[in-house]
Write a protein that binds this ligand. Structure first.
Ligand code: SF4
Ligand code: SF4
Ligand code: SF4
Length: 351
């Protein structure tokens, strides 16, 4: 049976082991956070989720404080809001937050919080020196001037994809997110899954191919299944004017639960390649020439027939493609088994 505690003066239930953040969410109270990444170890890094707990001298981080029976928690007091606003002001001052030219504009939790607290101008002297932008790889742009050091990218890499390619490096004002030995992404153990980009709550990590293509409010999200392999990862296509601007993983959906690999996340632009084949090609004397579908299929059928006539049915084999529908794969094996008379069939996703 669930235990109870006091949440903003009302009785609320919680399950043993839940944090204040989780229990409040289950009771319809959203506590803002910048560093919390669902399913990973809480770090309490951003201090946005601070709440008042009766009897505690200081405000407590809701993401890392477990609830206990009878605890009296307040999430909406002046003291809480003053503290959160101060954190937002400090974060805004510690970076270069020129939203108008930022790819995250309209999809940024820091911007949302600044708007919520009515912050119109910097309260503190802004930092003026930053680590240089890193955009030498084809997929991810790192802009350290927008990094709020929330650590979500590190949690995503270490605990979600378990690749351990990035961590927090240096100390104090020098702190930065580093890939092994403070190298560039493309010189590190990074496999370019892009999970850190999906986890970044601001514009510090962005998709390189999406730069300048669309503002978030100009796109509509279309849910689909990744076409690359047989796993069937669930993904969103962010589409503007019929063109995909980027893809993200669907959170909380099986089988990938918010993850994608490099192909699913960054490999969509083959759609727009001028090198895509639009007609069948037949090789003659070492060169390809365009052909109609009828001509190409007749040629394939004749070659199969000739090979089987001369060497028997087991001289041919079929490999189905993971991008094919189940129905197409079924038809393929039926063709080979029932028509050609061989069990030599396979599927590329099996290996
Ligand atoms: S990271 Fe957010 S707050 Fe900073 S410039 Fe970009 S949109 Fe604005
Ligand atoms: S792209 Fe993937 S592997 Fe590379 S740093 Fe980000 S989360 Fe880690
Ligand atoms: S790069 Fe993004 S996710 Fe990583 S620490 Fe900076 S702001 Fe947070």
């Amino acid at each position: 049976m669930a235990d109870s505690f006091l949440l903003n003066g009302k009785n609320a239930s919680f399950e043993p082991g839940q944090t204040i953040l989780e229990a409040a969410g289950n009771n319809g109270i959203t506590i803002p956070t910048l560093c919390h990444l669902k399913g990973t170890t809480p770090t309490g890094a951003c201090r946005i989720c601070l709440v008042e707990v009766a009897g505690a001298r200081t405000l407590m981080a809701a993401c890392s404080t477990p609830v206990s029976t009878g605890m009296d928690v307040r999430t909406d007091t002046d003291r809480v809001h003053q503290s959160r606003k101060l954190v937002v002001e400090l974060l805004l001052s510690s970076g270069r937050h020129d939203c108008m030219v930022c790819e995250a504009n309209g999809d940024c939790r820091l911007q949302d919080l600044a708007y919520f607290y009515g912050i119109k101008e910097p309260r503190f002297k802004q930092a003026d020196e930053f680590y240089p932008v890193e955009d030498r790889n084809p997929f991810i742009v790192r802009d350290f001037s927008r990094c709020i050091l929330c650590g979500r990218c590190v949690q995503a890499c270490n605990e979600v994809v378990v690749n351990r390619a990035i961590s927090l490096g240096y100390r104090g004002a020098e702190t930065k997110i580093v890939t092994g030995g403070d190298k560039a992404y493309d010189e590190s153990d990074c496999v370019f899954c892009g999970q850190c980009v999906q986890a970044c709550p601001v514009g510090a990590l962005t998709e390189k191919k999406a730069v300048g293509l669309a503002r978030t409010w100009e796109t509509r999200k279309i849910r689909t299944t990744c076409p690359y392999c047989g796993v069937g990862c669930q993904m969103w296509l962010h589409v503007k004017d019929g063109r995909i601007t980027k893809t993200t993983a669907v959170e909380d959906a099986e089988p990938n639960r918010g993850r994608l690999c490099i192909k699913g996340r960054f490999g969509y632009d083959f759609l727009y390649s001028g090198e895509r084949l639009k007609t069948p090609l037949i090789r003659e004397n070492g060169n390809f020439r365009e052909a109609s579908w009828d001509e190409a299929l007749d040629l394939v059928a004749a070659k199969f027939k000739d090979t089987i006539d001369r060497f028997g049915p087991d001289s041919v084999a079929g490999v189905s493609c993971a991008r094919s529908l189940n129905e197409d794969s079924y038809q393929m094996q039926k063709l080979f088994r029932a028509v050609f008379g061989t069990n030599n069939i396979d599927h590329c996703a099996r290996t």
